[in-house]
Design a protein around this ligand. Structure first.
Ligand SMILES: Nc1ncnc2c1ncn2[C@@H]1O[C@H](COP(=O)(O)OP(=O)(O)OP(=O)(O)O)[C@@H](O)[C@H]1O
Ligand SMILES: [Mg+2]
Length: 244
């Protein structure tokens, strides 16, 4: 198999301009990157370097101004409407810094959301929800609770369960530990390691070297461009720096 065959995410000269009135800000100035199936990649860089912009492009949450994005062999930049939503729903799980859980829904209902458009029968849904919650380090006793009845670390485990419930090929996380203490951050990284070991591709945007160094590869972003890679140092990963 060639490099492109193993690739699950390909970006070709992706540019993103934000226009606010007369002012144009470049979020991305031409990004080329390849992530292979089953890789665990960190994206690091200073504030404003384009990390969230890049992740939103890969996650098909926003469209590039120019360039091409190929997700699992599908030229995603050409998709619209229902087709786009379908690829996003099936291929991608997204985890955010602020969890983005829906406050009026229970934990169960939050995790269930990505399964609804797929028409998965109720009994199977329940099985998948419990499996995802366990995978994310959560507890079934949370299922009937509202997100606000849980700690930040617990809410993030629920959000990760929601991202995993469809078993997407790619898990994307934007500063997933940004609102958490180190102990809760470690749990998040443990989950990422576990699902990556099970074959899922994981891409994590982070400021935190203790999280970034847990990956197999670190891409460095500056001013809307990938300027190179840093060799991860397992001794700096929170799994090794924070003892239980
Ligand atoms: N919706 C928007 N409208 C206008 N400009 C934007 C928008 N989103 C991002 N930008 C600009 O694009 C650039 C990249 O922003 P981005 O949010 O991707 O950075 P980041 O690396 O994620 O930063 P942080 O670490 O602070 O989250 C910045 O200059 C930012 O001001
Ligand atoms: Mg950001």
């Amino acid at each position: 198999m060639g490099e492109e065959g193993k690739a699950i995410v390909i970006l070709k000269d992706v540019k993103k301009a934000y226009r606010v009135g007369e002012i144009i800000t470049w979020g991305l100035r031409g990004v080329n990157m390849v992530v292979r199936r089953g890789e665990y990649v960190s994206i690091m860089g200073p504030s404003g370097s384009g990390k969230s912009t890049l992740l939103n492009m890969i996650g098909l949450l926003d469209k590039p101004t120019s360039g091409e994005i190929i997700i699992d062999g599908i030229p995603a930049t050409k998709l619209k409407g229902k087709q786009l939503a379908l690829v996003r729903n099936r291929k991608i799980g997204f985890v955010f810094q602020q969890f983005n859980l829906i406050a009026r829904l229970t934990v169960y209902e939050n995790i269930e959301l990505p399964l609804i458009p797929r028409g998965v029968p109720r009994k199977l849904r329940r099985k998948m929800i419990i499996e995802a919650l366990r995978m994310a380090g959560g507890d079934v006793s949370w299922l009937k609770k509202k997100p606000t009845q849980l700690s930040g670390g617990q809410q993030q485990r629920v959000a990760i369960a929601r991202a995993l419930v469809n078993r997407p090929a790619i898990l994307l996380a934007d500063e997933p530990t940004g609102a958490l203490d180190r102990k809760a951050s470690k749990v998040v990284v443990q989950t990422f390691k576990k699902i990556n070991a099970a074959g899922q591709t994981v891409i994590v945007v982070t400021h935190d070297p203790e999280v970034g160094h847990c990956a197999e590869r670190i891409l460095l972003l500056r001013d809307g461009r990938i300027i190179g890679e840093e060799e991860p140092d397992p001794d700096k990963c929170i799994l090794n720096t924070l003892k239980d």
